[in-house]
Design a protein around this ligand. Structure first.
Ligand SMILES: [Fe+2]
Length: 307
């Protein structure tokens, strides 16, 4: 039994030497400034989270993630179990949080109780005519420009020892495995796509992915955009702005998202995604060979030399 069941991922936290450069990149990526203090940059999506990307000044690094607890009572329960103090949450929105260190040395903040932000106006998803169904009468107009990001959807964290990290996250936060990855036979698990447990309510196929890479590291952070037109228009916008493309556009096998990966100015990989699988808590876990990670339903295969 986990200490608490977290509800979602809230934000990723980085350090970078130039906050202006980070803000310019993230603006092209489709995020909006939520707050800018002398020593912090907070960026948000159009959803109700006060922020989903934080940058502190300094040498480039991935610092950790923020996980949203169901209630402040859960934050307090976690603090008691971990023998740590409840702290005030920084940044817009306020609230309280507990700061833990995962087996890889990253800071995992579990927060609750802050003010939700008023969602920003967002372009509606395009009504799509298919061969089977034609719900749209009249002409389609797809707007250009950055893909509007709604929210952070998941983060991939690389581990020295997958099994140690998996146990650490599951015991504290109630993560469930949606799909497990093996190498050298089905018993040799080296990673898992994990979702939050909200009972019968379907949730994203993965909120956290842990992968054994021999050392702790940052894989990528993935931000949900409105629809496939936003992925495509956002791709065009990022390309014209001269940003470094990494992988895509394609559709994943595990989780099914349509994806497009970019690199920020310091090489951190950020993903635009839309149309992912949703699963309730009782969906059984799949088990797959490692090549399923980089193969696609359609779109380019991952080129490890140039991504
Ligand atoms: Fe992803």
């Amino acid at each position: 039994m986990a200490i608490i069941k977290i509800h979602d991922i809230g934000y990723v936290r980085f350090r970078a030497p130039d906050l202006d450069q980070m803000e310019a990149f993230l603006t092209d990526f489709g995020l909006v400034r939520a707050g800018r203090e002398t020593d912090r940059l907070y960026m948000r999506g159009t959803g109700d989270s006060p922020y989903c990307h934080v940058t502190e000044p300094g040498a480039p690094a991935f610092l950790g993630i923020g996980l949203r607890a169901a209630s402040e009572r859960d934050v307090e329960r976690l603090a008691r179990a971990e023998h740590v103090e409840v702290a005030a949450q920084d940044g817009p929105g306020g609230g309280s949080c507990v700061r833990l260190t995962d087996p890889g040395g990253f800071t995992i903040e579990v927060f609750a109780g802050g003010r939700k932000s008023k969602p920003l106006p967002a372009k509606p998803a395009a009504i799509v005519n298919t061969a089977q169904d034609k719900p749209r009468s009249g002409r389609l107009t797809v707007t250009q420009g950055p893909a509007e990001v709604k929210r952070l959807g998941h983060c991939v964290i690389e581990c020295k020892d997958f099994r140690e990290s998996e146990a650490w996250y599951k015991e504290r936060f109630g993560f469930l495995s949606s799909d497990e990855i093996y190498m050298d036979g089905v018993e040799g698990l080296i990673g898992a796509f994990m979702r939050v447990d909200r009972g019968r309510q379907p949730v994203d196929h993965h909120t956290l992915v842990l992968l054994q890479m021999g050392r702790p590291g940052f894989g990528h952070a993935a931000f949900e955009v409105t629809d496939v037109n936003a992925v495509m228009a956002g791709h065009d916008h990022m390309k014209k702005a001269g940003h470094r493309h990494s992988w895509g556009i394609g559709r994943h096998i595990l989780g099914s998202q349509i994806f497009d990966y970019w690199r920020d100015p310091w090489g951190n990989q950020l993903e635009h995604w839309t149309d992912g699988d949703m699963l309730p808590a009782d969906a059984p876990a799949g088990r797959h060979p490692v090549n399923k990670l980089i193969e696609t339903q359609w779109g380019p295969h991952l080129d490890l030399q140039h991504n």
